[in-house]
Design a protein around this ligand. Structure first.
Ligand SMILES: N[C@@H](CCC[C@H](N)C(=O)O)C(=O)O
Length: 288
């Protein structure tokens, strides 16, 4: 068996995309395939695998697997890449605004096209979920987790928790260079207070409209960018009075910038790039 694929990235957050309109993959093999593809030595190398397939409720469906094989419910950088792929390969007709089904609900994405190529994508990421039990996070009965004391590995931090369909723990730091990504990232990710584990984000507030950002992703470790994480960071900045609602916030990630806005109606908007790296055909290990 050979698997046609496209490698794409959004700000360096790269996944192997497989078109399920053309290629059927056995459900039980998906986690292992994600791990195999992501292996930079014997696979292709990536932060994980994303499937683009038919949907009953939207133009296309996205499924995302991290590089440890776990399946997540949402992926911001993935959504922009899926929109670009669907537009350029005619999966959503000629629509420049399309709907995408995810495991956390449907979203809409608008592609910005120049000379028949998608140069950027704006996604309405929907409303953030702030209720503690839905993040999910254990703890006191407090309804929302905003600037809450969080002790871990002998350090005392303060956490704001936001779900963008997937869970995020946001920690503000004074200087992004000092973000304890490798020291505390793995411990936060699997901390028992987050029953589904969590993506850990460190954020420096440069100004009300500018944030520096670094991420330790659940299931993938350090990545160059996390779209849902950038949305969570902007929401957390507003909840902590460090940014304003309805204002564009530029989030500087390791791989580049995203523009995030949490509007008056409660919707979070994300705008940023998406790029194709290459198309290819993968030969699974067992078939070599
Ligand atoms: N990189 C993604 C998020 C991917 C899933 C995440 N690691 C999780 O397990 O929730 C993004 O751009 O949002």
């Amino acid at each position: 068996m050979k698997i046609p694929f496209t490698k794409m990235h959004g700000l360096g957050n790269n996944y192997i995309y497989i078109n399920e309109f053309e290629t059927a993959l056995p459900e039980e093999q998906l986690p292992a395939l994600a791990v195999e593809l992501a292996d930079q030595y014997r696979g292709i190398g990536s932060d994980g695998m994303i499937l683009i397939g038919p949907s009953d409720s939207a133009d296309v469906r996205m499924r995302i697997f991290n590089n440890d094989g776990s399946e997540a419910k949402n992926c911001g950088n993935g959504l922009r890449c899926v929109a670009k792929y669907a537009f350029e390969r005619g999966l959503a007709g000629e629509k420049t605004t399309m709907t995408i089904e995810t495991k956390s609900g449907n979203v809409s994405a608008e592609v910005h096209v120049k000379e028949n190529q998608v140069r950027g994508v704006t996604v309405n990421m929907g409303k953030p979920v702030l209720k503690r039990s839905l993040i999910p996070m254990t703890g006191s009965e407090q309804d929302q987790v905003v600037d809450e004391k969080f002790e871990i590995s002998g350090e005392t931090l303060r956490v704001t928790a936001v779900s963008m369909g997937n869970p995020h723990a946001v920690f503000f730091v004074n200087r992004i260079e000092e973000a304890p990504l490798t020291v505390l990232g793995p411990a936060i990710e699997k901390d028992r207070r987050f029953p589904d584990w969590v993506n850990a984000e460190f954020v420096e507030v440069v100004s009300k409209t500018e944030l520096n950002f670094r991420v330790w992703e659940r299931g993938s470790g350090i990545t160059q960018a996390c779209g849902t994480g950038a949305c969570a960071a902007a929401v957390a900045a507003v909840l902590n009075g460090r940014s304003d609602r309805n204002e564009d916030i530029t989030v500087h990630l390791a791989g580049g910038d995203l523009t995030i806005r949490w509007d008056e109606e409660g919707e979070v908007w994300m705008t940023g790039p998406a790029e194709v790296i290459c198309d290819g055909v993968y030969i699974p290990r067992e078939n070599r």
